[in-house]
Design a protein around this ligand. Structure first.
Ligand code: ATP
Length: 250
């Protein structure tokens, strides 16, 4: 479960995240949508404990992140939008390293790491240095590392970027199965088709505030639109492909 109360982040005098209240229960896959610069990454990085909020509270699996950061973070797996990994570790070493950060080692974790890598077709690369991995392979390794310690909550920034269609499909299945088992996922994405097909509920954020929240049918009713793209554009006041012809003609 993820609970945000009046969560706010200021960068100087600029408010990037503006008093967000949100509750994502156990067993839910929650989508976080919004235009560029809306505050999605800032929110997710605060939940992951990487950015300090200006004010407000974050609870992960019932634990206050500010009061008991180690306990709260032990419940969490974070998949960032850019897969930075130590180049001089092999894939298997990286998973071992991440498991170790959570105080886990031994044959069970080793087995789990190999299984996760096999799931993403990385088994032949397990003992190769990360520096030889492609972007998509790094992304798959980061995703595997978020699952290695069996967290209850996973926070994901743009999970599908760089994944080939097969890996994207595997990831969708993995996410659905993971929440079916009572865990929680909060995921940002610009891929509306992914949000529409994968998420139980969606929030649309703009200028640091939640503009709409609900299931797809609920959002559809609110925006009187048909598809999520139309709903998104209506709620965020964007005009689609505005004046493209004029720009090209200019
Ligand atoms: P995108 O879809 O483009 O990834 P986003 O919704 O994830 O966008 P954020 O990265 O959270 O948006 O940024 C929210 C706002 O905060 C933006 O206006 C951005 O310029 C600003 N911002 C982000 N990081 C900083 C920083 N370190 N210092 C100052 N402003 C920042």
């Amino acid at each position: 479960m993820i609970e945000l109360k009046s969560l706010t982040k200021n960068y100087g005098s600029f408010t990037a995240v503006d008093s967000i209240d949100l509750s994502v229960p156990d067993g839910e896959l929650f989508g976080f949508l919004g235009p560029n610069g809306a505050g999605k990454t800032t929110t997710l990085r605060m939940i992951a404990g990487i950015l300090q909020p200006t004010s407000g509270t974050i609870h992960l699996a019932g634990i206050d992140l500010d009061r008991d950061p180690l306990a709260a973070k032990s419940k969490l797996g974070f998949i960032p939008d850019r897969p930075f990994i130590y180049e001089k570790l092999t894939g298997a070493e990286f998973l071992r390293f991440v498991a170790g950060l959570y105080g886990q080692d031994g044959t069970k974790v080793e087995h789990r790491g190999r299984e996760l890598m096999a799931l993403f077709d990385l088994e032949d690369w397990a003992d190769e240095l990360v520096e030889s991995y492609s972007h998509g392979m790094r992304q798959k390794l980061i995703i595997s590392s978020a699952f290695i310690h069996r967290p209850q909550v996973i926070v994901v920034d743009e999970p599908m970027v760089g994944l080939d269609p097969k890996a994207a499909r595997i990831l969708k299945d993995l996410f659905r199965e993971y929440v079916r088992r009572g865990n929680t996922i909060m995921m940002s994405t610009h891929t509306l088709e992914v949000a529409e097909n994968l998420c139980d509920r969606i929030a649309i954020i703009q200028s640091g505030r939640i503009r709409a929240i609900g299931t797809i049918p609920e959002l559809r009713a609110e925006a009187m639109g048909s598809g999520l793209e139309e709903i998104f554009l209506k709620l965020t006041g964007e005009t689609a492909a505005r004046d493209a012809m004029e720009v090209l003609d200019a």
